[in-house]
Write a protein that binds this ligand. Structure first.
Ligand code: ZN
Length: 167
């Protein structure tokens, strides 16, 4: 049996393949090559931009809608990241090895968040150039944080900080 990462990365709680866990058990290694390319295809689709080419012709409301969409997507992905972080036993010595799949998901969610942040930056430039005023706020602690998945110390610190603001 091998644990694979579901194409939805656990972001879809109604997922038929992983049921929201983000992992699929697979015992057919031959199919792996095909699955891998499926995964890449899915990733490409997910990274599709929220920002249309005609951004400068959009109305204030349309700009606002896009910004809200990007921000809620960042919040959702951040929430998932924190759920995964909280499910990793950092006090053991083998957690990197034992939970490799979780770290992979964390990393790929982080890449998606980076794309969303870049899109938000583009939207923000448009908002500034048009002199619009909005009051956007992230709803999740991790939404405006760069998560360095390679650093245990950094991850543990994020969990600690998050607990502090939650209490
Ligand atoms: Zn899934």
């Amino acid at each position: 049996m091998k644990t694979e990462i579901c194409s939805c990365k656990g972001l879809n709680t109604n997922c038929k393949k992983c049921f929201g866990s983000g992992y699929i058990q697979s015992n057919t290694p031959q199919k792996k090559v095909g699955k891998q390319s499926d995964k890449k295809q899915n990733k490409k689709n997910q990274i599709e931009s929220n920002i249309p080419d005609n951004i400068e012709t959009l109305s204030k409301n349309e700009i606002e809608e896009i910004a809200i969409k990007i921000i809620s997507s960042l919040d959702l992905k951040s929430k998932k990241q924190m759920q995964i972080l909280n499910s990793i036993p950092f006090n053991t010595t083998t957690f990197r090895r034992d939970f490799g799949a979780k770290f992979e998901i964390l990393e790929s969610i982080e890449e998606e968040k980076q794309h969303l942040r870049n899109q938000l930056l583009t939207i923000d430039q448009e908002i500034v150039s048009k002199n619009y005023r909005f009051n956007f706020r992230f709803k999740h602690f991790l939404s405006d944080k760069d998560v360095d998945v390679t650093s245990n110390r950094h991850l543990k610190e994020l969990i600690r900080e998050y607990k502090k603001i939650k209490n």
